[in-house]
Ligand binder design. Structure first.
Ligand code: ACO
Length: 284
């Protein structure tokens, strides 16, 4: 398959009303991440990151899997056969798009429809939010074939889970389903598979209502402050808010206050201000 598979087909996407629906598209290989898929995913993220018609990116999987992790044949065996240069190249391609996802300009949602193994935890963590199907199955199968969860995966589970859960998944390779993943807080929510897309779209639409400049600063802040002392975080957040104010040419925060205090047209405690009118006020 590796010889004949077209790189462009390994990831597909459509853009619909502000949402980019991106899919791992190797269903016959349970969406295992091959070097071709990794290169294609980076190209797709490149294309989507600054498109004005894209406000949220959803990452789903075609077929029965979200992703069966790294492709054991094409990512491990075949690149190892090319020596250290081959290994490092394929690592940089996969780690590269996981990192790109973590700091992506737009908010991202993992929509986990089925199998999610090993290396799949990289993009799972890379996405800001994660909604899964109850029927999905998550596992760190690395231990079952003789490696440790590398490529950042051990760091992912230690960051997201209590130590006992991280250790359990790592040492036993046991599967958990969507409901267990949600209870463990590996994902935000679990819903029946037949509601997965609709629920994901609801969440994406909720994000589309918010100020897009603020979303980017806010999501980066959540990822950054974990490693800071309180004082460092306090200072960082002051600077980030100031940078956010600079980048938000709509002056959204002032409009948000105006629509609440002067106009009384919405309540910030209950939803977002009408950002289309902020943009119009700035243009006018
Ligand atoms: N790497 C390479 N090929 C894979 C992978 C993978 N990770 N996962 C599935 N495939 C291939 C199979 O070899 C098979 O190929 P073939 O049709 O050419 O024989 C095809 O996808 C379908 O796989 P099946 O095993 O027949 O599918 P099934 O639905 O019965 O099982 C399951 C799905 C449970 C996901 C199984 O394929 C599996 O255990 N895959 C490996 C999961 C894994 O351990 N991934 C690596 C994690 S560690 C890491 O990412 C670093």
């Amino acid at each position: 398959m590796s010889e004949t598979e077209n790189e462009a087909d390994t990831v597909t996407f459509t853009v619909d009303h502000g949402i980019a629906w991106v899919y791992f598209s190797r269903p016959a290989k349970r969406n295992a991440m091959s070097p071709k898929l990794n290169r294609r995913m980076m190209a797709v993220l490149d294309e989507l990151e600054f498109r004005e018609d894209v406000g949220v990116v959803v990452l789903g999987g075609e077929g029965s899997a979200w992703s069966a992790g790294m492709d054991l044949k094409e990512y491990f065996r075949e690149t190892e056969a090319n020596g250290l240069r081959g290994v490092r190249k394929s690592q940089s391609e996969s780690y590269g798009w996981f990192r790109r996802l973590r700091w992506f300009q737009k908010p991202t949602i993992a929509m986990v429809n089925g199998w999610c193994f090993g290396g799949g935890f990289g993009p799972l963590f890379g996405c800001d939010l994660a909604i899964t199907a109850d029927e999905a199955k998550f596992g760190l199968s690395e231990i079952n074939w003789g490696i440790l969860p590398g490529g950042g995966v051990t760091k992912v589970v230690v960051d997201l889970l209590p130590m006992r859960d991280a250790m359990w998944l790592t040492l036993t390779g046991e599967l958990i389903d969507g409901k267990q993943a949600a209870a463990m807080r590996l994902v935000n929510e679990s819903v029946p598979l037949d509601r997965l897309k609709a629920r994901t779209e609801d969440v994406a639409r909720m994000l589309l209502e918010k100020n897009p400049v603020t979303l980017k600063f806010a999501k980066d802040a959540v990822r950054r402050v974990g490693l800071m002392t309180y004082d460092e975080a306090e200072d960082y957040l002051v600077r980030m808010q100031e940078a956010c104010n600079f980048h938000d040419k709509t002056e959204g925060r002032k409009e948000g206050i105006r629509q609440f205090i002067d106009e009384k047209s919405y309540k910030p405690g209950l939803g977002a201000y009408d950002k289309s009118r902020a943009a119009a006020a700035t243009e006018g």
